[in-house]
Design a protein around this ligand. Sequence first.
Ligand SMILES: Nc1ncnc2c1ncn2[C@@H]1O[C@H](COP(=O)(O)OP(=O)(O)OP(=O)(O)O)[C@@H](O)[C@H]1O
Ligand SMILES: [Mg+2]
Length: 293
Amino acid sequence: MAFNIYFKKVGYVYQPNSPFEFKALTDISLSINKASVTAIIGHTGSGKSTLLQHLNALIKPTSGVVKIGGQEISNKTNNKNLKYLRQKVGIVFQFSEAQLFEETVLKDVAFGPQNFGFSKEEAEIKARFALKQVGIAKELFNRSPFELSGGQMRRVAIAGILAINPDILVLDEPTTGLDPKGKMEMMAMFYRLHKKYKTTLVLVSHSMDDVVYFADFVYVLEKGKVIKAGTPAEIFADSSWLKEKQIELPTAGKFSLKLQEKGIKFKQLPLTIEELTNQLVDYIFYKQENINE
Ligand SMILES: Nc1ncnc2c1ncn2[C@@H]1O[C@H](COP(=O)(O)OP(=O)(O)OP(=O)(O)O)[C@@H](O)[C@H]1O
Ligand SMILES: [Mg+2]
């Protein structure tokens, strides 16, 4: 059972009534459709991680309400009522490998399901399945997670989240620090999960290529506020706005812009390699036909 997510006028203040008081989110209203891939982008410090932590009530709004399925989360919500939500929403934090702690890989991944009431045997079945999904070989299951490479540790930590079968997977820059191949494999793995189980993905990424290839919808944050919302095509449509906000185009978009500056006329600025290829082929053949006539 997947859920829509709603934020209604959510504000969040860190360390209120202290000299360090900081208003990280202001008046955030947004919705995230179930079974969608929604990207949250914005500069460092714009409030992305703060927003994500509301999704399983790790932090609660200082003002306003978050609604996920039947559950409402406000500053009055009691922690006792959150276990169900925490099973439905899995958060993969930046550098999630820092949370590994068990003696073996298998025990670490089985910890989540056991914590949610599954028997040791059931939890291990879930753990084995999750480890397979992230591409960790059986030979590593009984090793200490701390004897693995950084990329393997990241995969094990992610398996720990997948093992609880979340309906909503929240990804805070999940591929940071991985090599290009590792980044691609990991994003492809999340996307496979999304396609196969209709898992809702909420993705924070600084990679505009990830945004344009994977996201259905995008929210742009600036200083704790949503300054733009739309499909990737809508977000990347206005080059001068992007320049003003110092938001990069995806790689194919940057290349297309250079081609446009040299006089190639696109119907619409291509944002992916596929769009660029198709439009270039159309353009070249159209020109040739006109020359031949
Ligand atoms: N525990 C805290 N106490 C006080 N201020 C904090 C705390 N955590 C974050 N902040 C501040 O809140 C703002 C938003 O932080 P947040 O981590 O949500 O940003 P972000 O968009 O995720 O940035 P990044 O891209 O660097 O991860 C920042 O200005 C940050 O300094
Ligand atoms: Mg962050």
